[in-house]
Design a protein. Structure first.
Length: 115
């Protein structure tokens, strides 16, 4: 079992920045992969950014150059630095992890970008 707790969401103006955090209940380096997803009202959940156990990253085209995924081994925490935010980034953001073939999800944190 893995518990994931997100924090850092909120309301920000367009062009602003936020950093999301995801605290894991066990070593994040034991995960096969971790990532951030988002779901806007009326839309499907989509992958925003992911990082493998080896450190390889990938990003949705819509956030490349603006968002950065990173992790802190000592704190067992995954981050998503979001810069140059746009109104279309408004969504609930979820932290996800996969280990031993099983997926785990956090409860989500709301990000709202005003124009």
């Amino acid at each position: 079992q893995v518990q994931l707790v997100e924090s850092g969401g909120g309301l920000v103006q367009a062009g602003g920045s936020l950093r999301l955090s995801c605290a894991a209940s066990r070593s994040i380096f034991s995960m096969d992969a971790m990532g951030w997803y988002r779901q806007a009202p009326g839309k499907q959940r989509e992958l925003v950014a992911a990082i493998t156990s080896g450190g390889s990253t990938n990003y949705a085209d819509s956030v490349k150059g603006r968002f950065t995924i990173s992790r802190d081994k000592a704190k067992n925490t995954l981050y998503l630095q979001m810069n140059s935010l746009k109104p279309e980034d408004t969504a609930v953001y979820y932290c996800a992890a996969r280990t031993m073939g099983s997926p785990y999800w956090g409860q989500g944190t709301q990000v709202t970008v005003s124009s």
